[in-house]
Design a protein around this ligand. Structure first.
Ligand SMILES: *[C@@H]1O[C@H](CO)[C@@H](O)[C@H](O)[C@H]1NC(C)=O
Ligand SMILES: *[C@@H]1O[C@H](CO)[C@@H](O)[C@H](O)[C@H]1NC(C)=O
Ligand SMILES: *[C@@H]1O[C@H](CO)[C@@H](O)[C@H](O)[C@H]1NC(C)=O
Length: 354
């Protein structure tokens, strides 16, 4: 009897794992056909060759780009080189990206930047918050941007028990931010198992020096996060579940879910068009090719624009789509006055005039 129960349980467990594995493979479908959507007037940003994972553009047109991410399971073209933050002035005729110098006293050798977010205080000082993975751990680094010297002055490293496997961050006040934790487990094997089994233990947390708390949970893998123009709503991308959660922000920083916009592609990082409030989403149409990177059959890129996000029927348009022949593994797209930047996990970055 005991054996029969054990066998039945084993069978049920295997069936569950098999079903979850199949559904995971369906979600990251490598063979999905990508209908190309081309943009005129695009070129690669010259100095960026090893990723442009996250891009944040200031209202003044200065763009910060994080580059050189080393992330478990993802390819890297420069595994031994520290990551960098590039700066680009989109007001220039032919903007070039230049790596920012980072002040002494910060461990530049282990710099592994991931999500970034800018914050401008009332004295117009610009701060750059960077999710960092030194030695595959997670910290949030605060830098002050020194425009005359084109440099970043390191001010502080934030660590916290809840700030593990951090992916992206959106800063809303001095040392006040939301961050996504994309996986519960920090070891590669367990985190892959977590994804296969779709445990949904990934969450969004709020951080301030006085309080740190989980404000939304139940994500397969919470990834990009950003805030609406009126600062009332927070948008969270669940990359594996292929959707965007629209969440209302409360006075005590808690978030409640208003709606989920389901898409047919893995949504990575989100930005908001400052002119229209539309969401721009950098997506992975066939993420399986990211996990099993083959330069002869590379992962594609896709950028979506979501209009009227709060309405009954948000419109979703494809801004850019490519099967990897030009741009591989797009993560983010950001616009400024008719200019569009598209970033990638480990590949190049595209500059387009719309
Ligand atoms: C992937 O998508 C293609 C076409 O869209 C479909 O034919 C195929 O069955 C899908 N594969 C999986 C594993 O879901
Ligand atoms: C952005 O995209 C990368 C690429 O996968 C993703 O891992 C990170 O998840 C996202 N967050 C930020 C801010 O870049
Ligand atoms: C990818 O797209 C390019 C240009 O649109 C096309 O020439 C090429 O055949 C495509 N490759 C695959 C594998 O579909």
């Amino acid at each position: 009897m005991g054996k029969l129960v054990a066998l039945t349980l084993l069978g049920a467990a295997l069936a569950l794992i098999g079903e979850r594995l199949l559904s995971f493979r369906q979600r990251i479908n490598a063979s999905r056909y990508i209908e190309p959507v081309e943009l005129q007037n695009c070129h690669f940003i010259e100095t960026i060759e090893t990723g442009s994972e996250d891009i944040d553009i200031l209202p003044s047109g200065l763009a910060f780009i994080s580059s050189g991410l080393k992330y478990p399971g993802m390819p890297s073209f420069a595994p031994d080189e520290p990551g960098k933050i590039f700066l680009m002035d989109l007001n220039e005729q032919n903007p070039m990206a230049q790596a920012l110098k980072i002040s002494d006293g910060f461990d530049r050798a282990s710099f592994n930047p991931h999500g970034i977010s800018t914050f401008v205080d009332k004295d117009h000082t610009v701060y750059l918050y960077v999710v960092n993975h030194p030695h595959m751990k997670s910290t949030v680094e605060i830098f002050r941007f020194e425009e005359q010297h084109r440099s970043l002055m390191h001010l502080k490293t934030i660590k916290h028990e809840l700030l593990k496997s951090v992916n992206d961050i959106v800063v809303l006040g001095p040392e006040q931010f939301y961050a996504t934790r994309d996986r519960y487990f920090t070891t590669f094997f367990l985190s892959m198992l977590e994804l296969f089994l779709d445990l949904r233990w990934s969450y969004v947390l709020f951080y301030s020096p006085r309080e740190v708390k989980v404000v939304a949970k139940g994500f397969s893998s919470a990834n990009g996060i950003t805030v609406s123009l009126d600062k009332k709503y927070i948008y969270v991308a669940d990359v594996v579940a292929k959707n965007i959660h629209v969440m209302k922000k409360h006075k005590n920083w808690d978030l409640t879910q208003m709606k989920v916009i389901q898409l047919d592609t893995l949504v990575d990082n989100l930005t908001v068009d400052p002119a229209t409030g539309d969401i721009l989403a950098g997506c992975h149409p066939n993420a399986e090719k990211l996990l099993n990177y083959d330069p002869k059959d590379p992962p594609g890129s896709e950028v979506l624009r979501l209009q009227s996000v709060l309405s009954e029927k948000p419109q979703v348009n494809t801004v850019y789509a490519n099967n990897g022949s030009m741009l591989q593994g797009s993560t983010v797209a950001s616009v400024y006055q008719g200019k569009l930047l598209i970033g990638t996990v480990f590949h190049k970055a595209l500059y387009c005039e719309l």
